[in-house]
Design a protein around this ligand. Structure first.
Ligand code: NAP
Length: 256
């Protein structure tokens, strides 16, 4: 029996990286998945891959900074698949990397809007649909940056992602009595387009430096993060709520 049999999930940031890997895993585990990001062509390709494997998915392209997208995702889950059980609010950007006094105010606001307000808007519409179902699971993608480690040059990203952990804890406290769990996942370095190891001009020395920051001396594959998201989303984590779960290869504990 697949662990998400009969469940419906929303996955944002599904056009690449961690979100894409998680959407595929959710579908393999029996969930019907509403996938979202701005790049529609990538989403269509993902839906085709999921359907080719016998899964069910629908794409809704849009920007998480837009409140109407949050509503459209939930409406799609309800209309196409009958309700909503799981939401992986994962869309995010690193944004401008600069010391605080050099970060533009517009750049700061954009990172907060995408990573934090985008997730808030998601939850705002997802929660009533989950309550109508009698329960559910919210998972937010945070990071070790700003939680266990202060990384120079990443102020807006760190503030937004640490803010997500605060949002997660409040949601857990508000919704626990009603059967909805809320958790954050905190990946370490992960091999996706957003990773600084894949930034334009980043050579093998950047990868080696980042790998060495981790106790496991490597960075993650997106599929490894997806497996932990699956755990939090599924009934296997039925007593887990309000947690900030490090899936970071030991980057938070390494000093060598
Ligand atoms: P990625 O491959 O670049 O994925 C980011 C996703 O977010 C893409 O699907 C992107 O899609 C979507 N997105 C960005 N801005 C958006 C917006 N305004 N509206 C809608 N969708 C938007 O990178 P990733 O590493 O998988 O990132 C996924 C999450 O993991 C992010 O929240 C990131 O901060 C977090 N994270 C990553 C790492 C790492 O080392 N890679 C570590 C810790 C945490 P479109 O461009 O198509 O919109």
């Amino acid at each position: 029996m697949t662990v998400l049999h009969g469940k419906t999930a929303i996955v944002t940031g599904a056009s690449s990286g961690i979100g894409r890997a998680t959407a595929k895993l959710f579908a393999r585990e029996g969930a019907r998945v509403v996938v979202s990001a701005r790049r529609g062509a990538e989403l269509d390709a993902l839906v085709a891959e999921i359907e080719a494997e016998g899964g069910q998915a629908v794409a809704v392209a849009g920007d998480v900074r837009d409140e109407s997208l949050a509503k459209a995702l939930v409406d799609t889950a309800v209309e196409r698949f009958g309700g909503l059980d799981i939401a992986f609010n994962n869309a995010g950007v690193v944004g401008e990397m600069a010391p605080v006094s050099e970060v533009s105010t517009a750049g700061w606001r954009d990172v907060l809007d995408t990573n934090l307000t985008g997730a808030f808007l998601g939850a705002k519409y997802q929660v009533p649909a989950m309550l109508a179902r009698g329960g559910g699971s919210l998972v937010f993608t945070s990071t070790f940056v700003g939680w266990t480690v202060g990384m120079p040059g990443m102020a807006a990203y760190a503030a937004a992602k640490a803010g997500l952990i605060g949002l997660t804890k409040v949601l857990a406290a508000e919704l626990g009595p009603k059967g909805v769990r809320a958790n954050a996942i905190l990946p370490g370095g992960t091999d996706t387009p957003a990773s600084i190891t894949n930034a334009p001009g980043a050579g093998p020395e950047v990868l080696a430096f980042v790998e060495n920051l981790h106790a496991l001396k490597r960075i993650a594959r997106p599929e490894e993060i997806a497996r932990s998201v699956l755990h939090l989303a599924s009934d296997a984590a039925s007593f887990v709520t309000g947690t900030a779960m490090l899936v970071d290869g030991g980057v938070s504990v390494t000093r060598t």
